[in-house]
Structures are given as C-alpha cells and as structure tokens.
Design a protein around this ligand. Structure first.
Ligand SMILES: Nc1nc2c(ncn2[C@@H]2O[C@H](COP(=O)(O)OP(=O)(O)O)[C@@H](O)[C@H]2O)c(=O)[nH]1
Ligand SMILES: [Mg+2]
Length: 324
C-alpha cells in the first residue's frame, strides 16, 4: 500500500516549494512518487521537482479530476503499478477541485493500492484580504476539505495578515491543526496523520472548458517551428504558455524584467540563458530565481491571470528578448 497525501492550496501558495522540502527529507531507501497537475498547458513544476529523487508524473493542461478523471487515473495507475512507491504526494492545480480528487482516491479502484492520509492545504494568509480569492469556490473548497492547514510565507505576512488568519481560523478551523511555515518547511511527520472524517462538501460548479485554444494563435505565424503557444481557460482564470526549441537562448536581464513586469498573477518558467538554465517562479510580488549551469532541453514559460491579459503584446516583447 502506498501512503498517499494530497497537497492542496491556491495558486502560488507554496505547494511545489513544500514538496521540494518534503522530498529533501525522504529517508534513504524509500521510494517516493509525485503526481503533479498544472493548470497551464506547458508544465513547469515537474522541472522544478526533477532533481528530487522521486518518481515524477506530470499532468499539465487543466484540472486532473475533469474529463471524467481519466488523465489522472492513467497517471495514477502508472505510478502505483509501475513504481510501487512507499509514498505518493499529489499536487493538484491551484484551481483544482479537491472533492472530486478525494472521491476518486477513496473509490474502490484504489482501496488495495493506497492509504489516503491527511490532506494538507497550503495558504498564503495575505490572500485572506483579497475578496476575489476568498470568494473563489476552489479556494474555499480546498481549505474546507483539508485535514491540516499550513499558513505558509510567514516571512512576508504582516500583523494584519496574521489577524486575518486568526479570525479565519477561529471561524473555520473546526478542530483542525494549523501549522505556520516559511518556504513550506513543514515536519514530514504531518504526512502520517490520518485523514479526518470530513463533512460532505457541496458539489462545486465544475465549469472547466473542455476545449482549450491549444496553440491556435501560433498557427498563423511563420516562426512556429521554433516555438508554440498554448492557452487554457477555466473558472475565470486564463493561462498562456510558450515552449521554445532547445536552441533558443534568452537575454538574462531582459527576461527577468519581463517576468517581473508581466501584469499577471502567476509566472513560472524554465529558460535557456547564456549561463545555462534560468528558473523563475513568481506569485504576485514573490519571485524566486534559480540557475543551473546545464542548458535545458527546451525553454518554457507560463503566465496565469484572472484578468484579461494582452497575450500578443506580452508575446511580442518575449520574442524580442531572444538572443538566438
Ligand atoms: N516569501 C516567500 N515566498 C514563498 C514561500 N513559499 C513559496 N514562496 C514563493 O511563492 C511562489 C509560488 O510558490 P510555489 O511553491 O511554486 O506555489 P504553488 O503554485 O502552490 O506550487 C514562488 O515564487 C515561491 O518561491 C515563503 O514561505 N515565503
Ligand atoms: Mg506548483
């Protein structure tokens, strides 16, 4: 039986950061697997987790519980049957539907394969002051279906955010454990906590568009052999991602400015620069930059926003930042 946890949380709350911390604590000799589902079509979290020593399966492009749960079931079956991991950590998209995922994981199909332990939900307490986030159904469902709430980013939260967290938790805590964390540095022992009996959640609206405008915009452009773009739209959010071929190199200062200034909620990317690989991960003003000397096998960057974005304007600036 594979001990399994869902690691949920809204866009940019720190799920992947937490996974990286947990994977770094993996006991020698144990086999861990990670199933990561991203809202964007392009898939970047996998690359951020690639050096972790875990067996990794990515499902990009929307919510893994949708389309009858098939993409998730295929990915999950492959991981459980081929890798037979001791532990499985699942990161759904920040816009995912935890109820549907939990019901799949607790269904008969998996009862001989996995033991579902506590669901951990990451949150950025600053989001409690953002009406559009707290009214978002996915945000609310994720917190409601969690067994442990992890208030992350304690290095950047202010007194007001902590008051908002206290107020929220006294109303919604419901006897659950609250963990305060920075950079997702939580105790791996939390993974062994059992799942609580959670109240039935109301069925969330489940309005994911089934047809995304995959690459349509790029088709008319003569340069498509060097890059393509893909859009996804669901639950009021849109993502736009670009993949460039292995020979494309970006100018470092220019791409960093573009990442900082793009008027969107979320930016994730893995890009070839002269010095090797640049990894960028931005939520609001939180920006993490990492570099590696080796060049990546392609360059990819993804933006997510709930407001209308000028994808074509952003794209033409992005294309100009290429050195080759
Ligand atoms: N300041 C600060 N930034 C954080 C913390 N945890 C994560 N981040 C940053 O928040 C952004 C989103 O993190 P990520 O783990 O990718 O979020 P995910 O979308 O939930 O997987 C990245 O820029 C992280 O470096 C934290 O505790 N403090
Ligand atoms: Mg992530």
């Amino acid at each position: 039986m594979t001990k399994t946890n869902l690691i949920t949380g809204f866009l940019g709350s720190g799920k992947t950061t937490t996974l990286r911390h947990l994977l770094a604590q993996k006991p020698e000799g144990e086999k861990w697997a990670v199933l990561v589902n991203e809202f964007g079509e392009v898939g970047i979290d996998g690359a951020l987790l690639a050096d972790s020593g875990a067996v990794l399966k990515e499902i990009p492009g929307g919510c893994m519980c949708c389309v009858n749960g098939l993409p998730m079931q295929v990915g999950l079956n492959m991981l459980l049957q081929q890798a037979k991991p001791d532990r499985l950590l699942i990161e759904p998209t920040g816009l995912g539907h935890p109820k549907q995922i939990l019901s799949l994981l607790t269904s008969d199909v998996y009862k001989n394969w996995l033991t579902l332990n506590a669901t951990l939900c990451l949150m950025d307490p600053r989001q409690l002051s953002d009406q559009r986030v707290i009214n978002n159904e996915n945000f609310r469902d994720q917190l409601a279906s969690a067994d442990v709430i992890v208030a992350n980013k304690s290095d950047v939260t202010q007194a007001l955010d902590n008051q908002a967290l206290d107020a929220w938790f006294s109303q919604n805590g419901d006897g659950r454990q609250l963990v305060i964390a920075t950079q997702g540095e939580i105790d791996p022992a939390l993974l062994d906590l059992p799942r609580r009996n959670i109240a039935e959640l109301p069925d969330g609206k489940h309005h994911h568009s089934q047809v995304s405008a995959r690459g349509l915009a790029a088709l008319s452009l003569p340069e498509t052999r060097r890059w393509r773009r893909a859009l996804n739209e669901a639950d009021g959010y849109t993502s736009c991602g670009w993949i460039f071929d292995a020979d494309t190199v970006f100018e470092t200062a220019g791409i960093l400015d573009w990442v900082r200034q793009a008027p969107v909620d979320r930016v994730k990317g893995l890009l070839r620069i002269k010095e090797g690989t640049l990894m960028v991960n931005r939520q609001g003003d939180d920006l993490r930059i990492e570099t590696k000397p080796a060049a990546p096998s392609d360059s990819r960057i993804e933006l997510i926003t709930r407001d209308k974005a000028q994808w074509n304007t952003l794209q033409s600036t992005l294309l100009k930042i290429r050195l080759s």
